[in-house]
Design a protein around this ligand. Structure first.
Ligand SMILES: Cc1cc2nc3c(=O)[nH]c(=O)nc-3n(C[C@H](O)[C@H](O)[C@H](O)COP(=O)(O)O)c2cc1C
Length: 170
């Protein structure tokens, strides 16, 4: 797939079947994620962690964070959590956002379905047991989740958006 096609074709999916992503796909997603721009060149105090959650019991516990609002993981067999420590560039959220978009686009290229989620993050951070289960390096906090897998729902379209939020200073 051409890069521009992956950018345009990516869309958020909210219904997943049980089919798991492959180890080969995981490796490609990790490589794409780590290739994203990072503040400080990634070799001063900036850093990022990619956590693949695939343990059914843990996914179930995270799913319950939304209470009666339904399953925030939409039944997917993999949740990727992106975490970072605070860094001196105050750019950890930007670092994570760029990494997330690279994962979403690489996943689209690989024929995987995704949705970026942050709705679970506050609940995750407030639950010491769940947070510990993620086994993050010290002082890292989760910022973003990416739900990933395959959908059977063929009705979801890319959303309509306008390109009128532009001004030129020439
Ligand atoms: C920062 C951020 C947080 C989001 N959190 C959630 C979430 O918790 N749950 C969810 O279902 N979608 C979440 N989304 C997905 C958006 O709702 C979705 O991207 C938006 O509706 C546009 O649709 P599209 O992704 O298909 O273009 C989030 C998106 C962003 C950028």
């Amino acid at each position: 797939m051409q890069t521009f096609d992956a950018i345009i074709k990516r869309k958020g999916i909210r219904s997943f079947n049980a089919k798991q992503i492959s180890n080969e796909q995981e490796k490609k997603l990790i490589h794409a994620a780590n290739a994203a721009p990072i503040s400080g060149g990634g070799f001063r105090d900036s850093a990022r962690q990619i956590t693949f959650v695939q343990k059914p019991e843990l996914l179930q516990q995270i799913s319950k964070l939304a209470g009666d609002d339904g399953d925030p993981l939409y039944g997917a067999p993999t949740l990727i959590i992106l975490s970072a420590p605070e860094n001196s560039f105050h750019a950890e959220q930007i670092d994570i956002g760029l990494m997330a978009q690279s994962i979403l686009l690489a996943a689209t290229d690989l024929g995987l379905d995704t949705i970026l989620i942050t709705g679970i993050i506050a609940g995750l951070k407030a639950d010491a047991k769940l947070l510990a289960a993620l086994n993050l390096p010290q002082d890292y906090q989760p910022f973003v989740g990416i739900v990933i897998g395959y959908t059977d729902d063929t009705t979801v379209k890319t959303r309509a958006y306008r390109d009128d939020n532009v001004n030129y200073i020439r």
